[in-house]
Design a protein around this ligand. Structure first.
Ligand SMILES: [Zn+2]
Length: 188
């Protein structure tokens, strides 16, 4: 089983990304900038000193690597900024499963095609056949297996559901973004 990624995001809210990054730097969630040779334009950081106190690791994640491997891959625990994008993007993985209507919990059978449409445009409106509520595809209840936002803080190389953001981290994100509640999900 390969490791996955933890995505933290403010949903559909627009935030001051620099302010959030300053806060994450100040609380030592992120450390020194890290340049990944295969994606030199992506903004990444090594895990900061207090990272292990801001994420709780459950299960068997004892061998977290915090240094870039010698093979030049980015398969180690570090942080990346995904965005900000002009419109919400949908992020999903092999672990993404059936979505539900956020209003009535109806579970559409065609969720695989909904994933494809959400990937093309997270804002594509979906009308629930059960309750007629219209929801952008990215905003369906994807549980913790997918999600959409215009900006994400991504933690690389963690196992789904085993890396849980602590209240201190969630509170800091909320404060730095003007009282916006952040959510999280995992892709693998
Ligand atoms: Zn519904």
């Amino acid at each position: 089983m390969s490791a996955g990624k933890l995505y933290l995001h403010p949903g559909r809210s627009t935030i001051d990304t620099d302010k959030v990054l300053d806060r994450l730097r100040h609380m030592a969630f992120i450390g020194a900038p890290y340049r990944h040779a295969a994606a030199p334009d992506s903004r990444r950081w090594l895990a900061g000193e207090r990272f292990p106190r801001l994420i709780t690791f459950l299960g068997c994640s004892p061998h977290l690597a915090f240094k870039p491997p010698e093979d030049g891959s980015d398969d180690f625990c570090h942080i990346q900024l995904d965005g900000p994008h002009a419109s919400p993007r949908f992020r999903h993985g092999r672990n993404t499963r059936a979505a539900q209507c956020p209003a009535c919990r109806f579970r559409p059978d065609d969720w695989k095609s909904l994933i494809a449409h959400a990937k093309a445009d997270a804002n594509t409106p979906w009308t629930c056949p059960a309750c007629a509520t219209v929801t952008p595809l990215g905003e369906l209840s994807w549980r913790r297996n997918a999600g959409s936002a215009a900006v994400f803080i991504v933690v690389h190389s963690v196992f789904p559901n085993e890396a849980v953001p602590n209240p201190e981290l969630i509170d800091a994100l909320r404060q730095a973004s003007g009282n916006i509640d952040w959510r999280h999900f995992y892709v693998q």
